[in-house]
Design a protein around this ligand. Structure first.
Ligand SMILES: [Zn+2]
Length: 402
């Protein structure tokens, strides 16, 4: 349903409830006459935010918890557990699970997501085809930006060729996970070569360890600068940052900022699988310090109910809430960074044009059951409505429509 006006809406930094005007998928001022008729939505004085953007999610292993059975809470066990399922869980079941995950994201206010799609010898490019079909079918509700992701690395047969083929077939981003291969440096060489060949950005699962001594941040930053790829590389997890002394952390952030490398933290997985060291850490990279150093930083879902994250519901507000607790974000100004980490920051990482309740921006909006900005990350309130390109794609009953 097309929306032309949202009334009684509060916006961040606004004085009080106001009317928002939409036309042709964009926010306009009240003097613009809508080019097509649309409905009026009553926000009942609740906050209207830029819609949420999930910078890192896996749809092809969502809801595999039962199939995987009991699995130890370690990265190796999770990779092995899900890897063993590849080729045995029917594609139609994976498709059904992925659709359920998409639906959850939309109902949680997400209008765009970067999706890591597994390339694996057991399934070839089947999951690539599955996601391309999904992206086309759901384009009105959720924009999917697809990453070719060699989850089990290039030591397995034909992985390099298959990942290249996935890129040739239209995947938008080259993925990787250097830590899964015996030689992480070779892994990096391969993914950089693919990124160069296809002119694509890179998004790596990176430094997922409790041991800061195995960090590859310096190597990566130097390579990004040498190849002129500043602003085109994103790294996820990076739990080594949580285990580093603060002075080393500051140096690492300096390297990331200089190389324009963005950071994505994945609280449900990072906290569940990480932090096994002695002494234990909270195993979540300090994204507020990353921002202070000038690094783009987002919070994302990663996984929904599988051995990588047996807890989760596709709710980015809840992920931000969990991250804020873990980082002891007691300052409202810092908590605001956690809200940006699920809205404007991931949008910048995905290269999405400005969106939100601001004249001239794309009309991708999330209405949440909160009235003050300070409540959003603190409460993780329910999402009352999701609007994508001016269309209502989710609403809870109780919101007035006319
Ligand atoms: Zn991931």
């Amino acid at each position: 349903m097309l929306i032309e006006q949202v009334v009684h809406a509060r916006v961040l930094g606004g004085a009080g409830p106001q009317s928002l005007h939409l036309d042709g998928g964009r926010m306009v001022d009240g003097s613009t006459r809508p080019s097509a008729g649309g409905a009026c939505l009553d926000a009942n004085g609740r906050l209207v935010l830029p819609a949420f953007v999930d910078a890192h999610v896996h749809l092809d292993k969502a809801f595999l918890l039962d199939a995987a059975g009991s699995c130890a809470p370690t990265l190796d066990a999770a990779i092995r557990g899900v890897g063993e399922l590849r080729g045995s869980v029917p594609l139609r079941d994976l498709a059904k699970n992925a659709e359920r995950a998409v639906d959850l994201l939309v109902r949680n206010g997400v209008t765009a997501a970067r999706v890591h799609v597994e390339i694996d010898p057991a399934v070839g490019l089947d999951l690539v085809n599955l996601h391309q079909e999904l992206a086309a079918r759901f384009v009105d509700r959720l924009e999917l930006q697809l990453v070719a992701f060699p989850q089990r690395g290039f030591d397995l047969p034909r992985m390099q060729e298959m990942t290249a083929q996935a890129m040739a077939e239209g995947m938008a981003v080259v993925g990787g996970a250097p830590y899964v291969d015996a030689d992480p440096r070779r892994h990096l060489e391969i993914v950089f070569a693919l990124a160069e060949k296809y002119g694509a950005p890179l998004d790596l699962h990176f430094d997922f360890s409790d041991d800061p001594h195995c960090s590859l941040i310096r190597l990566l930053a130097e390579r990004v600068c040498a190849l002129g790829m500043q602003g085109r590389v994103t790294i996820g997890h990076v739990t080594t940052l949580a285990a580093m002394p603060v002075i080393d952390q500051a140096h690492a952030f300096e390297l990331l900022a200089r190389a324009g490398i963005a950071l994505v933290v994945l609280p449900a997985t990072d906290l569940y699988l990480g932090g096994h060291g002695e002494p234990g850490t909270r195993s979540l990279a300090p994204l507020e310090r990353a921002r202070a150093a000038g690094v783009h930083a987002a919070i994302a879902n990663n996984n929904i109910l599988n051995p990588f994250a047996p807890f989760g519901n596709g709710n980015l507000l809840q992920a931000a809430w969990l991250a804020a607790i873990t980082r002891r974000a007691n300052d409202p100004n810092v908590r605001r960074l956690f809200l940006e980490a699920i809205t404007t920051e991931p949008a910048a990482i995905l290269g999405i044009r400005e969106h939100g309740p601001k004249v001239g921006a794309c009309a991708h909006l999330a209405i949440v059951d909160a009235v003050r900005a300070e409540e959003v990350v603190a409460m993780a309130p329910p999402v009352l409505a999701t609007i994508r390109s001016g269309r209502l794609v989710h609403s809870l009953s109780g919101l007035g429509l006319s």
